[in-house]
Design a protein. Sequence first.
Length: 226
Amino acid sequence: MILDDERLRQSVTKRTRAVRTAVLRWSQQNLRDFPWRRQSDPYRVFLAEVSLRRTTARAAMRAYDLLTTRYPDFEAAARATEEELRECFVSVGLQNARARLLHLAAVKVVEEMGGRLPPDMNALLSLPGVGLYAAGAILSLGFGVRAAMVDSNAVRLYSRLWMDVLPANPSPELMQAIGEHLVPEREHQVYNLAVIDLGALVCRFGRPRCSSCVLTHKCDYFSQGH
DNA sequence: CTCCTGCCTC
DNA sequence: GAGGCAGGAG
Ligand code: SF4
């Protein structure tokens, strides 16, 4: 495993239960509500992740609403031209890359997977535009299979929680390993969403709002008096 | 490193 | 005005 630094592994293990509990408790009153969180259809989760890539949730909604209306399933998305798909993304950016990858993925799902996403990590990772984060989201939110969703919010949150024991520039693989260690078997969907919302609302970029954070008792960054 | 637009925070 | 936002491919 990548988590081979003994001091870090011990620290993560020691705080896992408390972090899970605090995150899940916080989620009961603070989870944000978005259109893509109201359905667990794997295709819709997939569309949401394409729309949310390097894009704030508010903006991603514009693309997501257009996509779900115009292309209700993979067959519809595969039939569309790349230029038609591009229209859904012009207001949120990265339109060329998103349209190209979405179309390639839709064609592959239709031609090689019977028009449906499989609940299999390696199969999902074989799709154009689907990396560890998107595959984790599809597995956890779409299929109810335990998987970590390690996005920039999770990385920022975990980096601060374990600031004292983490290397100066932690690799993506290391942060992924920490995320996979922390995500619980029970309620992994809620946990994944709550970590993202904590990063977006409390442990934000720049100055985190530690005064309203439920993790201060397990946080290196807070303990150092920032 | 680029792709990328619009909005928010600093 | 600069930097960053539910990343991933080439
Ligand atoms: S205490 Fe502050 S730095 Fe630590 S997780 Fe909470 S918001 Fe982030």
